[in-house]
Design a protein around this ligand. Structure first.
Ligand SMILES: *Cc1c(COP(=O)(O)O)cnc(C)c1O
Length: 382
C-alpha cells in the first residue's frame, strides 16, 4: 500500500490529507459489479459514505445507481451523472422541499419511513400531477450486532415503519392515488460482519413479503439496503470485501416472485479500504502510562473514533526504528475524545514521521468539520 514512491510523494504534500488508492477502488467496484451482475442484482452506492467526484465517477461508470439520504445528495448524484431512474432516496426526515425536488427530478424511488410521510408525498405528488414511486422502509427488528450508534433495524430505532403500523399502511396504499408502491426496503445498520445477520434479514423479508401478499399487496422490488462490513483490524489481508459471498446469501435465502428485482445500497464496503488519513507527528510527549504521539489531524478530520469508539489501524509509515513502543495517538483538538488510538504499538516515533490511519475512505472525509476553525482537508488521488 505505502510504496517508497508513494511515501516520497506524501512527503511533498501538506499534511493532513486524505489519500485514495484509485486502483484499489477500481478493483473493489469491479468485484462488486461482477458478483452482482451475474445474479441480476441492482447496486446503489450510498453517497453519504464519500462524495468526492473522482470516486463517484468510477462508481457511476460501473453502472451503479445512487442511494441518497438528503436532497443535497440527490442533487450531487445527478450532477455526477447518475441516472435519475437509478436514484433512491431514504431518510426519516425528508423536508417538503427535498421531496418536491426529488419529484421534479423523477427519481426512481422514495424509501418511505412513516405513515405520515406516505401521506405527505402523496399530497405533494398530487399538487404536481405526478405519481411518486415508493418503497416502504420496514423496520424488521433484526439486530445487526454492530455498535448501537450504527444500528438502525431495531424497533427502538427511529428508522422505518414498524409492524404494528402495517394494517394502516395497507389501508393507505388503497386510498392514496398519487403513490405507486413498488417495493419493500430494509437497512438494518452498518459495519455488519456477521453474515448470519443477513440470513436473518432474508427470513424476515420473506415473512413481510408474504404478509403483504396475503392482503393483496405485491412488490416489484426488494431493497435490502447496505451495511456490509469491512476489516478495520487487518486492512491488507482482504482489502476487497467478499461480495460474492455476500450476494450469494441473498440469492440463496430470499424467496423471489417471478420478475422481482433485488436492490442493494452499499456504502462502506465499496470505499472504506481505498482511503487513508495521512497525518504528521508534531510532538512526542511523555505521559504517566504511555507516551503521547500528537499528530496534526484530529477528530475534525476523522470523527469515527471519537463518535463511535471506532477502531482504525494506525501505522507509522516513515519510521525505520526496529524498536516498538506504545503510544496514545492524539490530535490537536481541545477535546479529550480527540484520540485515534490508545496504547498503539508502533516503531519508535519522532517528530516529523508520517502516520497512516487506515480504512478511512468511508464516513471519514464526509464527516469533517471546521470546529476549532480547522481548515478544510484536501484529498489526494493516486
Ligand atoms: C448509510 C446507509 C446505507 C449504506 O450503509 P453502509 O453501511 O455504508 O453500506 C444504505 N442505506 C441506507 C438507507 C443508509 O442510510
Amino acid at each position: 500500500m505505502f510504496t517508497a514512491a508513494r511515501l516520497a510523494r506524501f512527503q511533498q504534500e501538506e499534511t493532513p490529507f486524505y489519500f485514495y488508492d484509485m486502483d484499489l477502488l477500481r478493483q473493489t467496484v469491479a468485484a462488486c459489479r461482477t458478483a452482482s451482475e451475474k445474479r441480476n442484482f441492482h447496486v446503489h452506492y450510498a453517497l453519504k459514505a464519500n462524495v468526492n467526484n473522482e470516486l463517484l465517477g468510477i462508481i457511476r461508470e460501473a453502472g451503479f445507481g445512487a442511494d441518497c439520504v438528503s436532497g443535497g445528495e440527490v442533487e450531487k448524484a445527478l450532477e455526477n451523472g447518475f441516472r435519475k431512474d437509478q436514484i433512491v432516496f431514504a431518510g426519516v426526515g425528508k423536508s417538503d422541499r427535498e421531496i418536491n425536488y426529488a419529484l421534479d427530478q423523477d427519481i426512481f424511488c422514495f424509501n418511505v419511513e412513516s405513515v405520515q410521510e406516505l401521506e405527505v408525498i402523496n399530497e405533494l405528488a398530487r399538487a404536481r400531477n405526478k405519481r411518486a414511486r415508493i418503497a416502504l422502509r420496514i423496520n424488521p427488528n433484526v439486530n445487526a450486532n454492530t455498535h448501537h450508534y450504527i444500528t438502525t433495524g431495531l424497533e427502538e430505532n427511529k428508522f422505518g415503519i414498524n409492524s404494528w403500523e402495517f394494517d394502516t399502511v395497507v389501508e393507505k396504499l388503497r386510498s392514496l392515488e398519487n403513490i405507486d408502491c413498488a417495493g419493500l426496503h430494509f437497512h438494518i445498520g452498518s459495519q455488519v460482519t456477521d453474515e448470519n445477520v443477513f440470513k436473518s434479514l432474508c427470513v424476515k423479508v420473506n415473512e413481510f413479503k408474504e404478509w403483504f401478499a396475503e392482503r393483496g399487496v405485491y412488490f416489484k422490488l426488494l431493497n435490502v439496503g447496505g451495511g456490509l462490513g469491512v476489516d478495520y483490524h487487518a486492512p491488507d489481508v482482504q482489502p476487497i470485501v467478499d461480495f460474492e459471498r455476500h450476494f450469494a446469501i441473498f440469492e440463496q435465502f430470499l424467496e423471489l416472485d417471478a420478475g422481482q428485482e433485488v436492490h442493494f445500497e452499499l456504502g462502506r464496503a465499496l470505499v472504506a479500504q481505498c482511503g487513508s488519513l495521512i497525518t504528521k507527528v508534531l510532538y512526542i510527549k511523555k505521559g504517566i502510562n504511555t507516551n503521547f504521539a500528537v499528530v496534526d489531524a484530529g477528530m475534525t478530520e476523522l470523527i469515527r473514533p471519537a463518535l463511535y469508539h471506532a477502531y482504525h489501524k494506525i501505522e507509522n509509515i516513515s519510521a525505520s526504528s526496529a524498536e516498538s513502543v506504545k503510544y496514545d495517538v492524539v490530535g490537536p483538538i481541545c477535546e479529550s475524545s480527540d484520540c485515534f488510538g490508545k496504547e498503539v504499538e508502533l516503531p519508535e516515533t519522532s517528530r516529523g514521521d508520517l502516520m497512516a490511519i487506515r480504512t478511512a475512505g468511508a464516513y471519514g472525509e464526509v464527516m469533517t468539520s471546521s470546529y476549532n476553525l480547522r481548515p478544510k482537508i484536501r484529498p489526494l488521488f493516486l
